[in-house]
Design a binder for this molecule. Structure first.
Ligand code: 13P
Ligand code: SF4
Length: 330
């Protein structure tokens, strides 16, 4: 039998929940009672995606957070996403089912080190991928997501010098697509760096018609094999529109739920990692459970807070991204 501490470490709910409760009904009831909206990322577990009011990629989730008229935003995603929602809607209560739902990519770029890095390039404009802390956004000129990074860079004059952080893989992909010489921070996502070129090649031999869909956080060695590269929403749309019936998916496994739901007749194969475990599950995203979602709505906790001076600085580069995206119809 697990001790209470072990249960907490494993990420189970920290409060007793009557097993007779129908969590789906209770969450729906709490949404109405509290005028709360549940925003979920595609990497959340299937039950959370199914109860969400909106499921999307990082850009879509930010756009929803900026425009919702709900009193409470329940963010079923990771910490930086909930922080972004708070920065965009500071007057609203923003809840995250598990405060420890972090991000290895955000962790790979400590703001005090990035500040020193930035000082070495005084003429450069700083573009940061949204997968970073609020402090890092406060040090940036424009934020981007995987669905608008190329267009954001292209919206700037050719001669503009640019630092891109924290994801070196997305940065290298954007540099290649735009032909720009970007100064890259050396950060990466633990999930997207795990895919095995050899194992994908073997799957392709078994399913020769299968298209490889890859997220731009993957390493170049995987991206060069891909038939389509895009954000989670981009991958989902491509799979739905494609006349093909088989896909190998190189991103976090949670996206397969919507892909399968939207395309019942098609086959989606998670790209295999270079070891034996299910490492294309993001351990941070998967900290959230339906039980924790219910408890956080019931208790209105854990709540995300961001210091006002950080909000004041971080909101500008995020709004700049939203404005450019709106101009481009993204
Ligand atoms: P997108 O959903 O914006 O493609 O981001 C993927 C991701 O890694 C989120 O953590
Ligand atoms: Fe961060 Fe990678 Fe998890 Fe996305 S999948 S939240 S980038 S660790």
């Amino acid at each position: 039998m697990d001790t209470f501490e072990e249960i907490k470490v494993k990420g189970f709910a920290s409060e007793y929940i009557d097993p007779a409760i129908d969590l789906f009904e209770e969450i729906e009831r709490l949404k109405k009672e509290k005028n709360a909206v549940v925003l979920a990322h595609y990497y959340q577990e299937p039950d959370i995606q199914d109860i969400a009011d909106y499921i999307g990629d990082s850009l879509g989730l930010s756009q929803q957070a900026a425009k919702t008229d709900a009193n409470i935003i329940v963010f079923a995603g990771v910490h930086f996403m909930a922080e972004t929602a708070k920065i965009l809607s500071p007057q609203k209560k923003v809840l995250l089912p598990d405060l420890k739902a972090g991000c290895s990519l955000a962790d790979s770029c400590p703001p005090h080190l990035f500040r020193k890095f930035k000082e070495k390039y005084p003429e450069h404009l700083v573009i940061t991928y949204v997968n970073c802390t609020a402090e890092l956004k406060a040090l940036s000129d424009i934020v981007c997501t995987s669905s608008n990074a190329v267009q954001i860079v292209e919206s700037l004059p050719k001669e503009q010098k640019i630092i891109f952080g924290p994801d070196k893989n997305l940065g290298a992909y954007v540099a290649k697509k735009t032909g720009r010489d970007l100064v890259l921070w050396n950060g990466a996502c633990m999930v997207h760096e795990i895919f095995s070129r050899e194992k994908i090649t073997r799957i392709k031999e078994r399913y020769p018609k299968a298209k490889l869909l890859a997220h731009p956080e993957c390493e170049e060695v995987i991206l060069t094999m891909a038939d389509y590269i895009g954000s989670t929403t981009g991958l989902l749309k491509y799979a739905t529109k494609s006349p093909e019936a088989e896909f190998i998916v190189a991103t976090e496994s949670g996206i397969l739920h919507q892909m399968q739901k939207d395309n019942p007749g098609k086959l989606f194969i998670p790209a295999p990692p270079n070891n034996q475990c299910a490492c294309n599950d993001c351990p941070h995203m998967k900290r959230n459970t339906l039980e924790k979602l219910y408890l956080c709505m019931k208790n209105e906790s854990p709540e995300i807070t961001v210091p006002q001076h950080i909000i004041d600085l971080a909101v500008k580069p995020i709004e700049r991204m939203l404005t450019i995206s709106a101009q481009l119809g993204l």
